[in-house]
Design a protein around this ligand. Sequence first.
Ligand code: DMJ
Length: 459
Amino acid sequence: MKSILKLFWTIPFVLLSVSCNRMHNNNASKGSQEEINLLAEQVKTEFRHAWASYMKYAKGYDALKPLSGTGHNWYSRSFVMTPLDAFDTMILMGLKKEAREAKTLILDSLDFNKDITVQNFEITIRILGGLISAYQLDGDTAFLDLAVDLANRLLPVFDSPTGMPYWGVNLKTGQTTGNISNPAETGTLMLEFGSLSKLTGNPVYYEKAKQAVVEIYSRQSNIGLVGEEINVETGEWTNKTCHLGGRIDSYYEYLLKAWLLFDDPDFLSMWETSILAIDQFLADSTDSGLWYGQADMHTGERISRRFGALDAFFPAVLALDGKIERSRALQESCFKMWEKWGIEPEQIDYSRMEVISPAYVLRPENIESAFYLYHYTQDPVYLEMGKVYLNSLTKYCKTEKGFAMLKSVITKEKGDEMESFFLAETLKYLYLLFAPAETIDWDIVIFNTEAHPIHNTWR
Ligand code: DMJ
């Protein structure tokens, strides 16, 4: 099933065909449609509050600290991560003033010629992905020039003996660092690097990123699972636990999405083998519902019954793959995890429904899955979930100076952090859940793992 997303109001050259395959809320009464519209407006209001706080207290920094009202940079200089992550959300929401502010900050200050060692994965999904979607939605080639410059500076990461990328690279010198990586960091580069090849005609980005995926996939076990950690120089697994959480999650997500975006059958074949093993060895049907836990990559033996906020991306992937009933069942569990504490913890033991890691860092995945499921099923139960998410965020995380992570979902104590993905993903997916169907066209767009929409304009 191919998925396409199209944004109407700004797109200068990308999307003119309208092929909405859903009638949004077609069964809804006038009253409930009005309520849905109001919810979309409320999400925009919350987004504006987060952005205005960033502009007031942290303008030019990577991120806002929403309790102290200060700014924070990941490295010694800013890469304006919050504006980059937020820009396409603004376009989707129709926030023209905010989009102009973000664009000015990005184009006036972004300069990659810096003697700074960066983490390839995060820079790729947030900044490279953000620049590509900004270029496609806004049309300004300055975004594409920046994307090409950045990608060229990141390319040395692939110069390992295996072709799997090093953890990081110095943007000025090209010096690489960190030989211990994982499937997510090696396998979540394809949408960004691949689409850059399609947009520029230079195949090098596609080839390097694909080779990295093939290398990690070729090291999967005889039963089709991968581990959590790998040495990119020797190709040896240094941690052999398989699961759907952090360090592995988006590797699986990109196998399916790379097939959908690029029509490259190698990715379909890798995805089909992988999903069989995932369902055989990680899936766990329990009294509290369907979950996916941890297993040894070689024996398939269950190692633990942990699930968390990051794993909650998987119903979205299952839905995108057409496995709606399974997706629904897992989303029911994800929502239980959210509701039990009023907001979801980072990790739980689902066999006892107890918190293992209590923080909530404003993650999007639970909301992302409800958004996909609503698109495919039109079941209002996902709109109801959306209302709960929105209420939790405003009740527990909103501050005078933005939105704050929670150190603990049990005590609801706040922490001084608002990750840029709150604007890129959390509020974007929540908005799209309530937004008019025309906001997106599911025939030509795939979201990268940071929720940056990438349009297939090369078909
Ligand atoms: C984001 O940076 C991406 O979604 C990534 O794939 C996982 N973690 C965060 C959001 O939780």
